[in-house]
Design a protein around this ligand. Structure first.
Ligand code: EPU
Length: 345
């Protein structure tokens, strides 16, 4: 393990922002994490944990130790007639892991194919797509707890998974995720309820075909970060009260919406942004993608400031038109490697 200085993070964040880390280390084991934390303590540096970089907004200079997660491996833990439990290193590429599960006939994650990022990030925002959330198949999450300075295992129940949320978002500086333990099914139970997925899958009700169709839908709507740097959905879909929805629906009867528990309604942020005139629109080098208005794209050498100018303009216009606040999904960092609020200037 080697600590490097002045490392360019552009290749390691999918929005391709120019960001230079004063200190950088790649960690491949829990021992590496401990050594890196000791170094940071001695040098009085904050630690920024970098996973796949597909959900973060980085400033141009970061005075901190950037810890790049690279713990590999898939371990068979336990099985019974119906399930297989697997413990997976946080540094495994998520999509490759999903393909691996399908090839080995372990089922559940097929709807989550092609989501960018690494396995270790999957519990943090409880990644979800096409009617499935990762939390449904996570049994526990193995962490290094920076408060107790011990390794521990957090059960799925204690992770408090909900829409794009978990305890790892509530206490972002505390836990370093080292492994994720999944309990997958040996017999496929296809989830085809989302949008036109059922139609896309057609007659071939195999998990392999479901996975293929999800990949196809994503490829037709969502930009490939290698071609158009992006962080997936830039905003969360807003969840509002039924009462507030009824008011808006009077004026906008076509508003796509999804009923939620507790008298709440989830709206499609992509539709709101589209209707506010932002689909395919840019300010300078940053704009909202022409095929999916919820995805912000860095078209050329944008800085964090350029990104913020664009997304604040989008928030402003959506609020003016619909009186709805959009909240960004990616995590924003300051120059000391600490998480900062999107509301800050
Ligand atoms: N829509 C528009 N215009 C647009 C985009 C969307 O009118 O430019 C409408 C669509 O026609 C549809 C509705 O908005 O009626 C929802 O669109 P879509 O099915 O594409 O899904 P989404 O709500 O925009 C969410 C997730 C995606 C996930 C898809 C599929 C969030 C924030 N985003 O997007 O997740 O892939 O559903 O499940 O929940 C991600 O988080 O990075 C991500 C891509």
């Amino acid at each position: 393990m080697q600590i490097q200085t002045q490392v360019q993070l552009k290749p390691f964040n999918t929005l391709s922002l120019d960001a230079v880390a004063s200190h950088y280390v790649r960690v491949q084991s829990v021992e590496d994490i401990q050594t890196a934390l000791d170094f940071a303590k001695a040098e009085q540096l904050n630690v920024l944990v970098l996973s796949g970089g597909s959900n973060m907004l980085l400033p141009e200079q970061i005075h901190a130790l950037v810890m790049h997660m690279d713990i590999q491996g898939i371990e068979y833990i336990q099985d019974d007639a119906a399930t297989q439990t697997l413990k997976v290193g946080a540094g495994q590429v998520w999509h490759d892991f999903v393909l691996w599960t399908t090839a080995h006939q372990f089922y559940g994650l097929q709807n989550l194919a092609l989501i960018p990022g690494l396995v270790g990030a999957s519990p943090v925002q409880n990644i979800g797509a096409y009617g499935v959330e990762a939390g449904e198949f996570i049994e526990s999450v193995q962490v290094y707890d920076r408060v107790t300075e011990q390794q521990s295992s957090i059960s799925a129940a204690d992770c408090h998974f909900s829409y794009r949320h978990s305890i790892f978002k509530d206490e972002p500086e505390r836990f370093i995720i080292t492994h994720v333990t999944f309990k997958l099914l040996k017999h496929a139970d296809l989830k085809l309820n989302y949008g036109d997925l059922k139609q896309a899958v057609g007659e071939d009700l195999s998990a392999e075909n479901l996975q293929q169709q999800v990949i196809h839908i994503r490829q037709t709507k969502l930009p490939d970060p290698k071609e158009f740097p992006n962080v997936g959905s830039f905003f969360k879909n807003p969840v509002i009260s039924q009462h507030a929805f009824d008011q808006i629906a009077l004026q906008f009867p076509n508003l796509p919406h999804y009923p939620q528990p507790n008298n709440a309604v989830k709206l499609a942020a992509g539709w709101l942004i589209d209707q506010a005139g932002w689909k395919g629109k840019s300010v300078g080098s940053v704009g909202m993608f022409h095929k999916q208005a919820l995805v912000l794209v860095n078209y050329q050498d944008a800085t964090l400031q350029d990104v913020r100018t664009t997304y604040k303009a989008v928030q402003h216009d959506v609020f003016e038109k619909f009186n709805i606040e959009l909240h960004p999904e990616p995590v924003l960092f300051d120059t000391n490697g600490l998480i900062r609020s999107h509301a800050d200037q």
